[in-house]
Design a protein around this ligand. Structure first.
Ligand SMILES: Cc1cc2nc3c(=O)[nH]c(=O)nc-3n(C[C@H](O)[C@H](O)[C@H](O)COP(=O)(O)OP(=O)(O)OC[C@H]3O[C@@H](n4cnc5c(N)ncnc54)[C@H](O)[C@@H]3O)c2cc1C
Length: 460
């Protein structure tokens, strides 16, 4: 009997929806967002309530089958699937509840950023996520969550008030400042290592109209540094990201620029509308503006800007920089010009503001004092060009000096280890929690924290 047969037998009598290759609907539920090497899963389990999640987790633990937990499916390293194994697909566990009085939003495991943002907007409220509505809320929040409100309200994980978690032994527990505080600490930054989060309680903030959108500039190396300097001096109400990128064939960009390097700022001013122009002026003065789509708009409308990357093969490296000096910006612009993939980008996300006000050890996201999160990415539909794309990413990231510390949610290398993302003290604390709640490392399709003790540093 194969282990998959054992899973079926273990789940026998439980009403969990199981979908296998050849079953109707398998081709719709098995893929994750990105293309990649590796065979498809042998079984996808689609629980509809927490009891069924627990049953699937117990079956995975009992059989030892290769196991992955899938939320929105957006992990660049394709953590949400596993070749020949069992995928726990959380998408049928949707549902958002908004409590406007307490200003708390409750996201079930299958909730996307779009589901939640739309429901909260009906009450004039929001919780900050990233830039893309199809991303899963727990998947985003467990790693960090940096986006349009981060400098004002912190990362998504800074707004997590509590969680319901199915642990590796199938037990359902709560985690918050008052209940299982070590687990609560680890969940906020430790990714999917500690259990299946079936519910997140999130802080909501009043939000109706923002002044935001896209500013596209000519590819002048000085513009990159000027935008980052403006961001560093900006009020917390201004969050932005800067892309040095191959211009996509978007109708709002001049046709002659398509496929050539441009500098784009995606901005969101969430303070008083009458303060927006003054806050945005230094950005508008950062270079030759080609397109200015920044205007007052309902907060959810900001999210139409990010193009879909579904079906692409990702190559990516992430880290932190202080700034991008002119000479390096010029190298990146040149690199973008000759990149082997249709999507080629240096994505820069200024941190600071509320992100930096959280103490470094308050959550498992320890990069509080970093100035700019930087990610070099090359994506395209042709799997045959991945090696070339990785080389390009490596060279460009080296020019920026990226390395040594990564942002969990942007890691694309399936072989990356937790030591690439967490400082030693954070990693040791994560490992201690892992030993408590998942000693057999059932939850390992992620940036894996091993349930081991760090070896003591060698004595001189
Ligand atoms: C197009 C695109 C845009 C993005 N934009 C941003 C952005 O602006 N800001 C930002 O911070 N990030 C961004 N990300 C990164 C994104 O936050 C991460 O990839 C995130 O982990 C995706 O979560 P998911 O549930 O969609 O993906 P999945 O691949 O399903 O899950 C990712 C990881 O989380 C685990 N996981 C998911 N749900 C649960 C759960 N309920 N319980 C336990 N573990 C779980 C999975 O096992 C896996 O290890 C973006 C990614 C893409 C592809």
């Amino acid at each position: 009997m194969t282990t998959i047969d054992e899973v079926r037998k273990t789940l026998g009598g439980k009403p969990v929806l199981l979908v296998a290759p050849g079953d109707a609907g398998f081709d719709g539920v098995a893929p994750v967002v990105f293309a990649g090497d590796g065979a498809e899963p042998a079984l996808v389990a689609r629980p509809r309530d927490v009891g069924e999640v627990s049953a699937v987790v117990r079956a995975a633990a009992a059989t030892g089958v290769p196991f992955a937990v899938r939320g929105g499916g957006h992990a660049y390293a394709r953590y949400g699937t596993v070749a020949g194994g069992l995928v726990l697909d959380l998408r049928l566990l949707g549902g958002v509840q908004i409590d406007p009085e307490r200003r708390v939003g409750i996201a079930s495991a299958g909730t996307t950023a779009g589901d939640y943002t739309g429901a909260a907007a009906e009450h004039g409220l929001a919780t900050g996520f990233g830039d893309t509505l199809s991303v899963g809320v727990p998947g985003l929040a467990l790693g960090g969550g940096i986006g349009y409100l981060s400098r004002r309200d912190g990362l998504t994980l800074d707004n997590v008030l509590g969680a319901e978690v199915v642990l590796a032994d199938g037990a359902v527990v709560r985690a918050s400042d008052d209940e299982n505080p070590d687990l609560f600490w680890a969940l906020r930054g430790g990714g999917g290592n500690f259990g299946v989060v079936t519910r997140l309680d999130l802080r909501l903030t009043p939000m109706t109209v923002v002044t935001g959108g896209l500013l596209a500039f000519a590819p002048d190396p000085r513009t990159v540094g000027a935008l980052l300097a403006a961001a560093a001096a900006a009020p917390d109400e201004l969050s932005l990201m800067v892309n040095v990128m191959k211009a996509p064939p978007a109708p709002f960009l001049p046709a002659e620029r398509h496929g050539t390097p441009i500098v784009v700022a995606l901005v969101c001013h969430s303070g008083a509308p009458e303060d927006a122009d003054a806050a945005l002026a230094p950005l508008r003065a950062a270079g030759t503006v080609l397109v200015d789509l920044v205007r007052p708009q309902p907060y959810p409308d900001l999210f139409g800007l990010a193009p879909s990357q579904a079906g692409m093969w990702p190559a990516q490296r992430t880290g932190f920089v202080q700034t991008v000096v002119e000479d390096v910006a010029a190298q990146v612009i040149d690199a973008v010009r000759t990149a082997p993939t249709p999507v080629a980008v240096l994505n820069l996300r200024p941190m600071g503001g509320a992100i930096a006000r959280v103490p470094r050890d308050a959550t498992a996201f320890a990069h509080r004092d970093r100035e700019v999160l930087a990610t070099v990415g090359a994506l395209g539909p042709d799997g045959g060009r991945v090696a070339e794309a990785r080389d390009w990413v490596g060279r460009t990231a080296d020019a920026l000096g990226l390395g040594g510390a990564a942002y969990v949610n942007f890691v694309a290398d399936p072989g990356a280890g937790a030591g690439d993302a967490y400082p030693p003290a954070t990693l040791r604390r994560l490992q201690a929690v892992k030993r408590q709640v998942d000693p057999a490392n059932l939850f390992r399709s992620n940036l894996n924290v091993l349930p081991v003790e760090e070896p003591a540093p060698a004595r001189a």
